[in-house]
Design a protein around this ligand. Sequence first.
Ligand code: G1P
Length: 294
Amino acid sequence: MEKIRKAVIPAAGFGTRFLPFTKSTPKEMLPIIDRPTIEYIVREAMESGIDEFLIIINESKESIRTHFGNNVQLEKFLEEKHKKEELDLIKELPNKIKVEFTYQYQQLGLGHAVLCAEEFSNGKPFALLLGDDVYVGNNNVPATLQCINAYNETGSTILGTLKVRDEDVSKYGICEPFDMNCKDRLVKLKSVVEKPSLDKAPSNLAIGGRYILLPSIFKYLKTQERGKGGEIQLTDSILRSMAETSAYSYEIDGRRYDLGSKRGFLEATVDFALDRDDLKDDMIKIIKDRASKI
Ligand code: G1P
């Protein structure tokens, strides 16, 4: 079976939920403490064995490209000042991984964004990571690696999922397993539906922004008609592909932060600080201090 070496990260959206910040700065550059969110996504993929990256951007997102490239002037400055630690911080990613960029000129939906990755995929299966979903995998197994392991077991399309509350099903792609009573993390799927209303939702198993896709997905994306919200939906193409190749959902074992929401962004900032030796004590003091005054 083909090893998963490639990852695609769509980052061409307007980020309207974070206006006015996103007027000038891509939402993917919002920091969780001292790293842009997209770096957490790239690192998750790196830690899952990925070494080739494609980030899909638009013309107003050049700062993402800058972030993953070398900054020769800054490197020279840090070298002269003998700031080895800072130098290592900025050189680590450009030294370790290859990141390519492509442009999505029209915002026609996630399916359309993924179609921009056909050349990069080059006939190989690949991981797709959406930037709004940041995971901390349990037992130190990154979410993408969990999905890759599920792919290695099945050779099929994998949708990384999470269970959501009834009131949230209409915000996600929702999976319909063949066996509705199956308690395993890995379940074979009968269908998927994009953002159904609660009464039409087949389950509470929501697609959580992690996928392993087969190269045959492009065939469906190319002929995909507009779906929910008038957009070309990846979920619709995955559904059509299921007539040819099977798909499984894998319920991700870990904590997930919805960086598409302000609340998720706040939670991530607090939790990531609590997980860091250099910030934990300060964060605890801040929380206790504020809580005592409320
Ligand atoms: C996209 C997908 C949806 C998935 C979600 C996960 O929706 O279309 O199927 O459940 O990401 O975050 P979006 O949130 O971009 O509208």
